[in-house]
Design a protein around this ligand. Structure first.
Ligand code: IVH
Length: 667
């Protein structure tokens, strides 16, 4: 075989393997075998530069592009989509369609609305000739050099291609790539990217295609535009499966459905599974499937009448960061939080969001007065992603942790080597005392029903409590001084308080509010030491000897026990008559992990594999052996391997050991 023939043969083989790997996700040869073929190709190109074809995968990444992206006129206009913000608007669209068609539509194509950026790809005789952005819909920008680097975009179509064809699709940054990219940014000391969508857009509008190539962008093709030649097709679905046969990447999550009722089922399902995918979606696109029906209803000035985007609530919005306040928690830790102009995001109105610690605030560089991006994906706690620096007013100052606690006026310090600042006021700090009492009285701890937030507030305001142990010296007279309290409610609370003195040791230890000691750890400590005195006297080694308790927790218990304030609290509690009724722990765990499926991988410090499994199962959770989209979380210990990368790819939550313990301890 001549070199020329071998070269042509290699191009075809590599094209097919590329398609299988990047478009279909079902490779049939190993990476090593692919590399072998690729190397053979590059060798031929080095020896015979005159043979190099623009269809060769080696030409995906070319040299830098011109300063400005050239204007490209789309052969057919790139329309936008009309949005339905709720089911009523969606139903109204259906009624309009029935009116215009005089009958039910013949079927619908339901698709995910990918949150990336739209592109148009022009293929001439099956060869990628141009890629352009949407622009104003009529004229876009030429981004061919960058789009050529995206491996799921075929440089040459498979099979019988038409003479000229424009296809439309979305370029997006997979969430797993976004995470990796930001890890890399952090390692290099660079600021993180704000969101996958903007990063994808920025990556496509790069001057250096090498940078675009490094971002591992993905594509989904969702529409056929202008075409000369090609088969006679009568539905959108047929067009999509034809494009897929030509080697373009069409989303397998698309479905063709017969009735409007089924369409609504698709919407519900897609909404529920919004977070199971490795890319962001901001809605569901529904298109009338019949091309004849599409032609009948036509277009408005902006968008087709035959399609509608059912919008899902945005998971990111911008709002004003009015101020940064601090809260002193039950352990004395000081946590700054953002107070924002209320904003509706991810389905709820958000006003406050934790900022964790001062270091985090400076790392994100958010300042009071900034416009900030707020994110709330699914059931995740709202988060301030970062500032929109372009909108920053002049002269905004960096936020600094106050030197003194605003609640008790005592100094705030940052202990050596720690991220979290602390209030030094001890239990006398009203903010700490309030949080502490609330926790101490809660169901998982001393279980003092009737001592909720409101009552705690009232007791503090009236100056009736200045130390947690003061609960036990409250009198009927004290309680009657709370507005709205009568003899019956006072008597009730006093009897519950009295009964709590016999609460189990496990619950008392949990109630003490030691850092990292949730109910599970508390049970273990109670069972091992049997009394508060024995626990206070225990060494770090003795504590960390317990199965399921690592050095971090042990250190925290020992540090707690060493503090004078805490020792005095324990002796006051004893003097007040608090005498635990027994160690008791573990038997009556509530099923807090019902419906949760986890996979455990790597080595955990504080658990054997069996004890970790038991801890999950005791709470009603499930432990399985392999990661899938159904996995709630992967618990990753040291030296986690392939399961970790699988979880990253699928966007499954990954918890380290401390987070695992927190999961076990959640109420
Ligand atoms: S069809 C003529 N299908 O949404 C119909 N668009 O708001 C043109 N998009 O510019 C669009 N996923 O960037 C269509 N499955 C999908 C889509 C989709 C995302 C984007 C696209 C378009 C925008 C309209």
């Amino acid at each position: 075989m001549s070199v020329r023939d071998r070269y042509a043969e290699l191009l075809v083989e590599l094209r097919e393997h590329n398609h299988r790997y990047h478009v279909l996700d079902t490779p049939i040869i190993s990476d090593a075998a692919y590399d072998e073929l690729y190397r053979e190709l590059t060798q031929i190109e080095a020896d015979h530069p005159e043979l190099i074809s623009m269809e060769s995968p080696t030409t995906r990444v070319g040299g830098p592009v011109a300063e400005v992206f050239a204007a490209v006129q789309h052969r057919e206009r790139m329309f936008s989509l009309d949005n339905a913000m709720n089911i009523d608007e969606f139903d109204a669209w259906y009624e309009r369609l029935r009116g215009a068609l005089g009958s039910e539509p013949l079927g619908y194509s339901c698709e995910l609305k990918i949150d990336g950026l739209a592109v148009s790809l022009t293929y001439i005789s099956g060869v990628l000739a141009q890629a352009s952005t949407r622009g104003d819909g009529v004229v876009g920008e030429d981004v061919t050099a960058n789009v050529r680097t995206i491996k799921s975009v075929p440089l040459v179509l498979l099979g019988d291609a038409p003479e000229v064809m424009e296809v439309r699709g979305e370029i997006y940054l997979p969430l797993s790539e976004f995470v990796t990219l930001n890890e890399r940014q952090a390692e290099e000391g660079k600021p993180p990217f704000i969101n996958p969508r903007n990063t994808a857009a920025g990556s496509v509008r790069q001057k250096d295609p090498g940078v675009t190539a490094s971002r591992n962008l993905g594509t989904w093709i969702y529409q056929l535009g202008y075409i000369e030649g090609g088969p006679d097709l009568s539905t959108h679905t047929e067009q999509m499966s034809w494009l897929s046969d030509l080697g373009l990447r069409v989303n397998p999550a698309n479905a063709t459905l017969a009735t409007f009722g089924e369409v609504k089922g698709y919407i519900e399902d897609a909404t529920r599974r919004r977070h199971d995918r490795d890319y962001e979606t901001d809605g569901i696109v529904v298109k009338i499937d019949s091309l004849a029906d599409q032609a009948k209803v036509g277009f408005t000035a902006r968008s087709p009448r035959w399609a509608m985007a059912f919008k899902l609530p945005p998971e990111e919005k911008t709002t004003l960061l009015k101020s940064i306040e601090i809260n002193v928690g039950r352990t004395g830790a000081v946590t700054p939080y953002a107070v924002m102009e209320p904003v509706f995001v991810g389905g709820v109105t958000v006003t406050n969001a934790t900022l964790h610690n001062e270091g985090e605030i400076h790392r994100k560089d958010v300042r009071p007065g900034d416009t900030v991006v707020v994110r709330r994906a699914g059931d995740v706690i709202p988060e301030v992603v970062g500032p929109v620096v372009e909108f920053r007013p002049k002269g905004l100052r960096k936020w600094r942790m106050p030197k003194k606690c605003p609640f008790c006026d005592n100094p705030i310090t940052l202990p050596e080597g720690q991220a979290k600042a602390r209030c030094t006021g001890g239990y006398s700090c009203p903010s700490r005392l309030r949080e502490y009492l609330y926790h101490f009285a809660s169901r998982g701890a001393m279980d003092i029903e009737g001592l909720g937030y409101k009552t705690v507030h009232a007791l503090l305001d009236l100056g009736l409590i200045s130390n947690p142990s003061d609960i036990y010296s409250l009198t009927e007279e004290d309680l009657l001084s709370i507005e709205g309290w009568g003899e019956l409610s006072a008597a009730n609370l006093l009897s519950v308080i009295e009964a709590s003195k016999r609460q189990s040791l496990a619950k008392l230890v949990f109630g003490l509010g030691i850092d990292h000691v949730g109910s599970t750890v508390a049970s273990r400590l109670a069972r091992r030491f049997g009394s508060l005195d024995a626990l206070l006297a225990a060494s770090v080694e003795e504590i960390s000897d317990i199965d399921g308790i690592g050095p971090e927790i042990a250190g925290s218990v020992a540090a707690w026990a060493a503090e004078e304030d805490n020792r005095s609290l324990v002796s006051r509690l004893g003097a007040a008559g608090v005498a635990p009724g027994g160690a008791a722990g573990g038997e009556d765990l509530s099923r807090t992990l019902e419906g949760v499926t986890v996979v455990i991988t790597g080595t955990l410090e504080g658990f054997s594999r069996d004890s970790a499994r038991a801890a999950v199962e005791d709470r009603g959770g499930r432990v399985t052996g392999s990661v899938s989209a159904k996995t709630t979380a992967l618990i990753a210990g040291a030296n986690a391997g392939s399961k970790l990368s699988k979880a990253e790819t699928l966007g499954v939550r990954i918890l380290n050991e401390a987070e695992f313990v927190a999961l076990l301890d959640r109420p």
